[in-house]
Design a protein around this ligand. Structure first.
Ligand code: ADP
Ligand code: MG
Length: 701
């Protein structure tokens, strides 16, 4: 019954007419009683405490004081007047100040009568003042209902403009509690409630909106955070379990001829332990009879390509084809070349399919794929086209996952009768904390070790005023035969200006590095793809020494001879982007450098980013800092998950709660996979409610 009430449109709540309902919907996305109930306050004004004036310490605190006005005067100031009252409580004096409604206040305030005032205090020298305090006569205050902690709700300019003030929202929530009699059903099992001494659901909701004390607020917050994280984990874990159980996969039981031949005769270097471990994990997955969905994380340069190849060989040994997709033509081409080199003389057919593959060749490829002559297809999105049929696709690998959407991934599933195993490779380091909550339904492998002998990239921060020195350094490096990247930011909101910066920069670089001594490539998003590829090719082949570019080169490009990455206006880049860009150098044997150029004007966050980049090369450490600075919502690739739309919990701050929620969700599913036991009934009901409109309920029921 209760869930029914929660679906009632807000327009039926007393005090909310059609206009207000519409405003609440457009401004805060609130449509139902349930939505309003889950509009949790951002903060609270603590009215449980009464301060003495001699206890006041800091500017900016919200305090409540009992005292009386002994004196009232109007003071002329530069613009207009202000009304100022001397307010005393026996321990000291503060000033109450009004800039607006002075006439009304002057006429209504009572001198020498005890008042309770509440407001934010400012300190000027030794005296405190409180502008526009809330005031109540002490005797009324004592007679009235006590509000312990006053909730402050999320708001927008439009909301307040339309009269939906904080007070109005608070009233609506009160009304909601009245109309529903605060009779909200429990959503967790007794076992969990007892184990964590959780507040009951209904109490928690009441106390999150109208806490009686700091302690009850803390208990309510804990309860609701736990619940929120628990149900997310339940969802992810049951999805994962369902996939394991239901989606039949191709069991690759053989480790056969090709894999062994490659391992014995063609491996160009010893695999790192991390690579070996990851290959084993993937092998186990593909050897079982369930379909693999695995995320392979490995920092730039950690050697994901060879892992991909060896997994493809496993597929081939079991009689299947494999494909590898990359987000851009350049990358697909590079993968194709790299894989061909690695395979050397091995008797395998590998081909490249991209948007620019010629018609005749394309037709030939399609045939080869369909009759099974082709073992490995490398390509771009072109691989996904409906015309592309495999004879028997057994493994699909996607490189640099964030450029591919979920929809495209699912297209791959249908390229074979029984869906192929899927391996998604990404160089975006996702902190474990986050990966666990985001990709709880994907299995994760991590290459957490770089191949031996890598020189770590030296990173420095230079101000624009030192540009001449930087140019000198570039010349030295070019003299040694190295190549240089110079990258400019390009951000949508400031696109026109950014292009101007890029072009101005390019011009000054061509002046500083004139032909014929120097050759310069330029690549940016407004160029035609063919022109881009042409410029890129010249740099890859070593015909140009400097590549001036926007962030289009961010992903995957592999030019071993490039040893210097210069990032202009580095303060405008996010940390993960800086790290990705830096990863373009340091791939060869030479010492590599990354130079972060900025002006003198730097925000605190920008300083932290630059300092972090100069301190460490470790992608995971950088990702953790990034997460702290930006919050999880912004991390690359996380938007599409939709899981981070959290109402109360914070994945980082509440990580311990997340861990125990995950642990218990796992336990419960283990003991009662379908949530059929009586004790789990509340969970089952709440879960059904949660996933009502989503297709995943089927996994549990
Ligand atoms: P990424 O993970 O960024 O895709 P790559 O697969 O392109 O990295 O590998 C980066 C470079 O490291 C390549 O030149 C590759 O040949 C080399 N490499 C990979 N694994 C090893 C290893 N175990 N020992 C030495 N070099 C390796
Ligand atoms: Mg790569």
């Amino acid at each position: 019954m209760q869930s029914g009430v929660l679906h009632t449109p807000l327009v039926y709540l007393k005090g909310v007419g059609p206009n207000r309902a519409e405003t609440l919907k457009t401004e805060l996305g609130l449509e139902t009683f349930g939505d309003l109930l889950q509009l949790y306050p951002n903060r609270y004004l603590d009215k449980t405490q009464y301060y003495k004036i001699n206890q006041l310490k800091d500017s900016g605190a919200d305090v409540q004081i009992v005292g009386k006005i002994v004196h009232l005067k109007t003071i002329e100031q530069k613009r207009g007047k202000r009304l100022e009252a001397s307010f005393v409580d026996g321990t000291g004096e503060i000033k109450l100040v009004w800039f607006r409604s002075q006439k009304w206040i002057r006429e209504n305030l009572k001198i020498n009568e005890p008042y309770v005032v509440f407001g934010r205090i400012n300190r000027y020298g030794g005296t405190f003042s409180m502008p526009h305090p809330e005031m109540e006569l002490l005797k009324e205050h004592q007679a009235g209902l006590k509000i312990g902690m006053q909730p402050i709700y999320p708001s927008t300019e439009k909301l307040s403009a339309k009269g939906i003030t904080n007070r109005a929202v608070s009233k609506m929530v009160q009304q909601l509690f009245l109309e529903t009699k605060a009779n909200f059903v429990e959503t967790l099992s007794n076992g969990l409630i007892e184990e964590f001494k959780l507040m009951a659901k209904a109490d928690a909701l009441l106390n999150i909106h109208f806490p009686k004390s700091q302690e009850s607020l803390a208990k309510a917050q804990f309860r609701l955070k736990f619940e929120e994280l628990f149900f997310i984990q339940l969802q992810l874990l049951s999805k994962k379990a369902a996939r394991k159980k239901k989606i039949k996969g191709l069991p690759f039981t053989e480790v056969g001829e090709k894999f062994n031949d490659f391992f014995k005769n063609h491996l160009p270097f010893e695999l790192t332990n991390a690579q070996k471990r990851v290959i084993k994990e993937i092998r186990n997955d593909m050897g079982s009879s369930a379909q693999m969905n695995r995320l392979l994380q490995g920092d730039v340069g950690s050697g994901k390509t060879i892992v991909a190849l060896m997994c493809m060989l496993l597929a081939i040994d079991n009689g299947f084809q494999a494909c590898l997709m990359a987000p851009t033509e350049i990358l697909a081409q590079q993968h194709y070349n790299g894989l061909k080199d690695l395979l050397g003389s091995m008797d395998l057919k590998i081909a490249l399919l991209t948007g620019s593959t010629k018609r005749a060749e394309r037709t030939f490829l399609h045939n080869q794929l369909e009759n099974g002559n082709l073992n490995i297809l490398v390509g771009t999105h072109a691989v996904l086209e409906d015309k592309v049929h495999f004879k028997n696709l057994g493994l699909a690998i996607i490189d640099e996952q964030h450029r591919f959407g979920v929809a495209q991934r699912s297209k791959l599933w249908h390229k074979n009768e029984i869906p192929p195993h899927i391996l998604v490779m990404t160089a975006t380091p996702i902190p474990r904390t986050l990966a666990m909550s985001l990709y709880g339904d994907l299995d994760i492998s991590v290459i957490d070790e770089l191949p031996p002998g890598r020189k770590s990239i030296k990173t420095v921060h230079r101000f624009d005023t030192n540009r001449l020195k930087v140019f000198g350094f570039i010349k030295d490096e070019i003299r040694k035969g190295r190549q240089i990247y110079i990258v400019y930011p390009l951000i949508q909101e400031s696109e026109a200006l950014d292009y101007k910066d890029l072009m101005d920069g390019y011009e000054s670089i061509t002046r500083e590095f004139p032909t014929p001594d120097y050759q310069i490539s330029i690549v940016h998003g407004q160029m035609k793809p063919q022109d881009k590829d042409y410029e890129m090719e010249r740099f890859v082949k070593g015909e140009t020494q400097i590549m001036v570019a926007t962030t289009v080169i961010e992903v995957g490009v592999n030019v071993l001879n490039a040893s210097v990455m210069i990032i202009e206006s580095a303060e405008r880049f996010g940390l993960s982007q800086l790290h990705q860009l830096r990863g373009r150098v340091g791939r060869g044997a030479e010492q590599s450098y990354c130079i972060l150029m900025t002006s003198y004007k730097l925000s605190e966050d920008a300083k932290t980013r630059l300092e972090t980049m100069c301190r460490t090369n470790d992608g995971f450490e950088i990702a953790e800092v990034d997460l702290k600075l930006r919050g999880p919502g912004d991390l690359m690739g996380t938007q599409q998950s939709g899981l981070l739309n959290l109402k109360i919990a914070d994945i980082i701050k509440d990580n311990p709660i997340l861990k125990s929620a995950r642990y218990h969700a796992n336990q419960i599913l283990k003991n009662d996979p379908k949530l059929e036991k009586g004790e789990n009934l509340p969970i089952r009901r709440a879960y059904a409610e949660l996933v009502k409109d989503k297709a995943i309920w089927g996994y549990i029921s």
